[in-house]
Design a protein around this ligand. Sequence first.
Ligand code: UFG
Length: 334
Amino acid sequence: MKILVTGGAGFIGSHTSVELLKAGYEIVIVDNYSNSSPDVIDKIKKITGKDFKNYELDVCDKDSLEKVFEENQIDGVIHFAGFKAVGESSKNPVMYYRNNIDSTLTLLEVMKQHNCKKFVFSSSACVYGNTSDGKCCEDSPLAPTNPYGETKLVSEFILKDLYKSDNSWGIVILRYFNPIGAHESGLIGENPKDIPNNLMPYIVRVASKEYDMLHIFGNDYKTIDGTGVRDYIHVVDLSIGHIKALEKLNKENGLFTYNLGTGHGVSVLELVNTFSKVNNVEVKYEFTARRLGDVDINYADVTKAYNELGFKATKTIEDMCRDSYNYVLKNKSN
Ligand code: UFG
């Protein structure tokens, strides 16, 4: 089977591309490198020892995308490409709606023209509203608190309507919790172009002395130690979730929605302390005000993904901390 991976040079896209190749799929990557780098393509080839085609293009550019479908017999698509910075989305919502919705619509139109009807969509735990105890299951209320989350939810609505109109589609919506970690080779990982918004990329830059200090946003939450609790999942586990989603679509058509997380919450302080211990490195921090829009606790109910996909995250917080830092150290010395 040949899978088109949009955003395949990005953090989750690159790791999923590796797992796809390892599992025997052929892939084609499209990416415009807006938040990634072309040398990731060579690194995926180096890790797997396999070759594949890649195109530099914007998924909103229909003509270029059509060319990809004309030149390759694409059997299914995993759609990662999209803007993903929560804060930026509040400052520039139109840009977020334009890019994230347009890319999904363009892709679905071109897929339909080529009778390609297997689609795995990168959604986010951001689509959930605040739940009373922080645990989210797939039918928890949907109420994003920022435009980024809204673009994911609107895309989910589009996919639901598409399936209602034509049940020969097979669609899996994957709602990611907090992916961190990196491939054990240290060749690929998370490397945001700007100042990181997310916790782990910030921690590694403090540990490697690029930044002086981590600012922990709030220590008065109703949690084990007052800092925010999230469900961190190793990016390789998350990538394997995509292989399971494709396996599901190879068995049956339908529209399916799954959380991908570990089912366990970890606080900011627990993550920082584990990182320091595992890597034997100091991470200086100070407590600052709460960040707007943050909740106390957010973690996944993973029952449905386990029961229906056989998906279970296996890597520990220690693995995530070790692999995140290994990637940074390897890429500093290169
Ligand atoms: N945090 C800090 N300091 C930082 C960055 C983060 O203390 O410099 C804290 C946050 O307050 C939060 C925790 O670390 O308590 C995790 O924050 P992240 O920004 O890493 O992750 P979020 O949970 O806010 O959001 C992430 C993704 C979203 C996704 C969401 C799903 O950024 O895209 O998880 O829950 F939708």
